[in-house]
Design a protein around this ligand. Structure first.
Ligand code: AHR
Length: 493
């Protein structure tokens, strides 16, 4: 076997937990993510539990979603939470100005979201309106949702049918305030953040400052500079990064119709996030040397041209094996940064961008990304085993990127290794230096015949998790061939 690909497990350096929230999701009032995708209302013909689609609830429970962000996105900084509580017939409508200009009836509001989180067993992450909202409105939301005091807000909550407060730990203070969230300058936003954050109070709250997009280090530098010695006001700083095959927002590339060139570019533009993460962490280290503020990649995923015949602003795209690879690569990168990355949220959970679920009327499919997440779930709250990876390059048209990515962790006596092979044609023989010997080794794989394969409504699944045969280890040594265009999980005991 070639000695070029080698993964070494460094058990001696294992002392960091992979926070389960790295496997988080994002749900915005956008297209058919909330209405149709999650919520159809109690009177719908589509089977539902209190208005939530039964098929989606079951699929998400099975996926073990650790955290769900809501209500946006750009929508969040237009959202007034008081319009989404109380009797539904009395709720005013809202025009979704960023996404399709559609009029929404506010039937899915704070209660509906937080009860949904309880139903699927996930932690809520609420995104506060900073762009067009007030500090008082935000303070009232916190009181309404989390307080057990006697107060006008808790009385209102009880009147609306919820006696006990909900458990909400994660609070995003604004979204993309450098863009759709108010087009603010970094020092202006950072001062507003300081103001909001001092009124967003509660036990163990994790308050997230709006961080940069992609490699915008100027934003990171300026907001941290303006926070000055008040770093205790933020427990997280967000990062948004979307993978566009072309890197051109006016023509991003098709989600279904692509060859090796677009495949290569998509993988390459995904791997760039490693550089962005390192650049932002270096600045964060400067202003927060105790590393108390974590990086939270609260929007990531692929963003392609919309599917033909779908509505403008609804961001509907197909999800192929390529998306599973993108997920596997990103999640390996996040795992390996578990010392500083404490949360990540793929955009978005249903029907929008790189979703894990797609629906069409009463039909539903689990996408290749769903299966990538399911394969990787073993890493949630596990102990990171740092790894050293030597990998062959994947070359295309004079350019080259690493062929493999990997991460490893240990939980309940099982060591889990996830590894991606982005080469569309070539299986990669890998030598594993395990550091100790294991009696039982088993494998699972997400792959498909073609790189463009996807799961379609009413059809047999093309991309899912299958068993993967792994040869026996010789002492601490194991040789495995990772198939072309695949992600593999190996479990060692
Ligand atoms: O996820 C879609 C959009 O992408 C979000 O609303 C916004 O925050 C980002 O630009």
């Amino acid at each position: 076997l070639s000695a070029q690909n080698k993964l070494t497990l460094n058990f001696d350096d294992a002392n960091i937990k992979i926070e389960k929230e790295i496997y988080g999701h994002f749900s915005e009032h956008l297209g058919t993510c909330i209405y149709e995708g999650i919520y159809v209302g109690e009177d719908s013909d589509i089977p539902n539990i209190n208005g939530y689609r039964t098929d989606v609830v079951e699929a998400l429970k099975e996926l073990k979603v650790p955290v769900l962000r809501w209500p946006g996105g750009c929508f969040a900084d237009t959202y007034h939470w008081k319009d989404g509580i109380g009797p539904k017939e009395d709720r005013p409508s809202i025009v979704n100005v960023f996404w399709g200009g559609v009029t929404e009836d506010n039937s899915f509001g704070t209660h509906e979201f937080l009860n949904f989180c309880e139903l699927i067993g996930t932690e809520p992450y609420l995104s506060i309106n900073v762009g067009s909202g007030t500090v008082q409105e935000a303070r009232d939301w916190v009181e309404y949702v989390t307080s057990s005091n006697e107060s006008p807000m808790t009385a209102l909550r009880k009147k609306n049918g919820r006696e006990e407060p909900w458990d909400v730990k994660f609070w995003g203070i604004g979204n993309e305030n450098w863009g759709c969230g108010g087009d603010m300058a970094p020092d202006y936003y950072a001062n507003i953040f300081r103001n909001f954050s001092s009124y967003i109070r509660g036990d163990n709250f994790q308050k997230v400052i709006c961080g940069p997009s992609e490699g915008d280090t100027n934003w990171t530098e300026k907001i941290l500079e303006t926070l000055d010695n008040k770093t205790y006001l933020a427990q997280g700083i967000s990062l948004h990064y979307y993978t566009l095959p072309t890197k051109d927002w006016s023509s991003k590339g098709s989600s279904t119709d692509f060859g090796e060139e677009m495949w290569f570019k998509t993988i390459k533009n995904t791997m760039v996030i490693e550089d962005y993460i390192q650049q932002h962490l270096a600045i964060m280290d400067k202003y927060d040397p105790d590393k108390k503020i974590k990086l939270m990649v609260d929007e990531w995923g692929t963003w392609y041209d919309k599917l033909p015949d779908t509505k403008e602003g609804f961001l509907q795209q197909q999800n192929t094996l390529r998306d599973a690879l993108v997920a596997g690569i990103n999640l390996n990168i996040f795992n390996n940064h578990a010392d500083r990355i404490s949360m990540a949220n793929v955009a978005q959970i249903v029907n929008v961008l790189q979703s894990v679920i797609r629906t069409n009327g009463a039909q539903m499919v689990k996408t290749p990304t769903y299966y990538a997440f399911q394969l990787y779930n073993v890493h949630q709250d596990a102990l990171l085993i740092p790894t050293t990876l030597e990998t062959e390059k994947y070359e295309f048209d004079g350019e080259s990127i690493p062929g493999l990515t990997a991460s490893a962790s240990e939980k309940d006596g099982v060591v889990n290794i996830t590894i991606t092979n982005a080469n569309p044609e070539k299986a990669m023989p890998v030598n594993f230096d395990l550091g100790k010997s294991f009696k039982n080794i088993s494998g699972k794989i997400v792959s498909a015949k073609n790189i463009t394969d996807y799961n379609d409504f009413g059809e047999k699944e093309q991309v899912m998790i299958q068993d993967f045969e792994v040869a026996k280890a010789k002492g601490n040594n194991l040789n495995v061939e990772i198939p072309a265009h695949s992600i593999v999980l190996m479990q060692l005991q």
